[in-house]
Each structure stands twice: as C-alpha cells, then as structure tokens.
Design a binder for this molecule. Sequence first.
Ligand SMILES: [Ca+2]
Length: 81
Amino acid sequence: MIIKRQVQEAYKNFDKSKDGRLQRREVREFVKKTLGVLHETEKFTEEKFSTIFRALDTNNNGVLSKKELKEMVKKMISTTS
Ligand SMILES: [Ca+2]
C-alpha cells in the first residue's frame, strides 16, 4: 500500500532522532521534499507549512506521530492526484 510505504520511507529518511515521532523541522523537510516532487513550480513557504502542520498535528503536541503522518500522506495524495 502506497501510504504505508510513504510513511515508512518518511520515518526512515526524516526521523533523525529515531524516536518514532517527527519533529516540526523534520516534517518540514518531508513535506518540502514530497511537495517539491509533486509541485515543482510551486513555492513552498514557511507560512504555508505552518498552516499544514497545525492541521496535521491533531493533538497539538508539536510532533507528528505515525498515525498523524499517515493522515497527512493520505491528504497529500488525495489533493494532488
Ligand atoms: Ca502530534
């Protein structure tokens, strides 16, 4: 399943602290890289990221769990395909 694979890849590549949660800056790298592939011409601003991150960090603790990241990947796929 593509979502599961994306999430696993994201953690493998971006969870630098290897604690199973993505810090804000780790999420930014992931989103930037992923959106950079999907929307090469679109500029990805900090403001835009903040909006996305707030929406994704559903329990508002400043990090994304795998569950939260999975939701994000789902949304990203549904809005770009
Ligand atoms: Ca969270």
